[in-house]
Structure formats: C-alpha cells, structure tokens
Design a protein. Sequence first.
Length: 211
Amino acid sequence: MTHVSDSIDNNENGLIIVFSAPSGGGKTSVLHEILKLHPEIEFSISVTTRQPRGAEQNGIDYRFVSDGEFDDLVRKDAFVEWAVVHGSRYGTLKSTLNRAQQTGKTIVMDTDTVGAVNIKKQYPGAVLIFLVPPSPDILFERLKNRHTESPDRLERRLSAVPNEMKQMKLFDYIVLNDTLQAAVDRVQSIITAENLKSKKIAPKLSAWRNF
C-alpha cells in the first residue's frame, strides 16, 4: 500500500524526472551515468528502511534509516508518498521536491511504479520515465548476476515484475535499456526535449514581452 500526502505546493518552475523499472531494469546504472554527465542535475535521495546493497552509501544512494526513524518521519508528515516495496519501506521527502520546484532545478529520482504515478498526481509537470530490458530472460539474468539477493528475495522481486510491467502504460516515456550507452542517450534526449518545452522557455524570453 502506498501512502500519499495531499498538501503539496504544485509550483512548476523546476523539472522533476521520476525513473522506475522492474527490479533488475538497470535504472541505478542509467541514473549514475546521467548524473556524471550532468552535474547540474540533483538526485533526490529516497529514504528507506532496507539495508545497503553492494557499494551503496548512506546519503548518496539512499538515506538508510531504522523503522523507528521512518515512523517518526511519517508522523511528521515529511513524505510526499511512501510505500512498502519487497518488504522494506521507501519514501520521497516533500522538502526535496519543493526545493527543486522553488529554485527551478532539474531533479531526478528513483521510485517504484506506484510511487511514480502518485507523484505525478501531485506534481502534474513531473516527467515519468520507465526503463525496460529487452526481454524477461535478460531481466532475470541481470537480477541473478547482481549476487545481492537471497533466493527468497530474488523470487519476491521476480514475482512483482508482471504487475510492475502493467504500470508501464501510465508513464510519459518508455526507454529500452538494451545497452547502458543507448539507454543513457535516450534519457538525455528526453531531458533536452522537456527543457525546451514552451512553458519553460517562454518565461525566459523577457525581451519579447512588449514587442
């Protein structure tokens, strides 16, 4: 179940980009490359109760907290939305999104499909990107080769894939992640196009206002 706040400032000065994918879809690798190529883009760090995997670092990949700390943030109404995903809780902080909106920054985030759709409801200008591997077999191989999941957790993630794929049609863009470079190029094209939309460019053309 996803829990969503209803008290959000919908100012649309900034660009919010939300990435989702089935487990093993490669969104973390794509995001890392995008952030290396575009240091001006800010990464929204989700809060989670799960343990770090591999080389993940607290405050860089996720903000890892205890169940009690997460409960405290829920009580303070600090989240735009939060959900239980594969047995752990994940949440997106209101303060992060509102800061991006108020400063006009581009911010990217990584969340599950339900969270992405709920963010879109509250921030209609948010851009949802769904990353998908070429086939179920490739997805399974990628998950298995991560060597970060117990057999039970691997099975749980695989069982969630059909439902995650059903949400794909609700996203603004679907990016095939056949190779990392190709996927990164496609995402960069999306970011460029979104930043060239008239609602973002027109307010900057002050010299034409009284023409």
